[in-house]
Design a binder for this molecule. Structure first.
Ligand code: 13P
Length: 249
């Protein structure tokens, strides 16, 4: 059985004052029936690890470098994230693919390094609005998946997040049928590449405008094991109902 996962991506939001939202979330969910992962800006990982010690909330980064150390001004290594208290890292988010021109090949090299360091990699895939209209979405997702996910991935070190670019921060979501089609496709591809055991153990998250009021419908879709949530993960009041919907799914 895959353990469900509610993950929050704070993106470039959050100062130390935001730690109180994390603490409030931990108080609301002292013994959650699902995994909870918060990925704040890197500056907050170490203080969050301290603030959340003893809680069941795990922490993650939002990116890391493909190399383990060296002359890469401004970058962070997987080992640094781990050292600060992270157990996971988001890689290949569409904002990094678009704004930092990250390719799937680069994502795969980063993921290999992060997995070797002991981090769980949350690898993001998703088609743009243009791609959905102009081409076959499954071809786009299939190519991103095979190029971004490294060999040696397992249900422990890999989580895949399907985030249609046009659904991020837009208030628009695909239909349950559209989400289900992509998740079922990703599951089948993982099973054929890694074998049914590993393929069935990897958790698949949906991301893009997940809120408290649409979470239950999304979590009822087969092969949706949780969500990667942006805006609605920033406060305990918004994120907690999503965690509860997942616990009840
Ligand atoms: O990009 C996302 C999570 O990584 C989704 O963001 P929103 O939930 O704000 O649409």
């Amino acid at each position: 059985m895959r353990r469900k996962l509610a993950a929050g991506n704070w993106k470039m939001n959050g100062l130390r004052a935001g730690l109180s939202e994390m603490e409030a979330l931990a108080q609301r969910h002292p013994d959650p029936r699902v995994d909870i992962l918060l990925c704040p800006p890197a500056t907050l990982i170490a203080p969050a690890a301290q603030a959340l010690s003893g809680s069941r909330i795990a922490l993650g980064g939002q990116d890391c470098h493909a190399e383990t150390s060296g002359a890469y001004t401004g970058d962070l290594s997987a080992g640094m994230l781990l050292d600060a208290g992270a157990g996971a890292v988001i890689l290949g988010h569409s904002e990094r693919r678009a704004l930092h021109r990250e390719t799937s090949e680069e994502v795969r090299v980063k993921a290999r390094t992060a997995q070797a360091a002991g981090l769980t990699t949350v690898i993001c895939l998703g088609e743009s609005a243009f791609q959905r209209e102009a081409t076959n979405t499954l071809d786009i997702i299939g190519a991103q998946l095979s190029l971004s996910v490294p060999d040696g991935s397992t249900g422990v070190n890999l989580v895949v997040a399907y985030e249609p670019v046009w659904a991020i921060g837009s208030g628009k979501t695909p239909t349950p049928g559209e989400i289900g089609e992509v998740h079922t496709f990703i599951r089948a591809r993982l099973e054929s590449r890694f074998g049914p055991g590993v393929g069935r153990s990897v958790r698949l998250l949906y991301g893009g405008s997940v809120k408290g009021d649409n979470a239950a419908e999304i979590f009822a879709i087969p092969d949706v094991d949780g969500a990667l949530v942006g805006g609605a993960s920033l406060t305990a009041a918004d994120f907690s109902p999503i965690v509860e919907a997942l616990e009840e799914a």
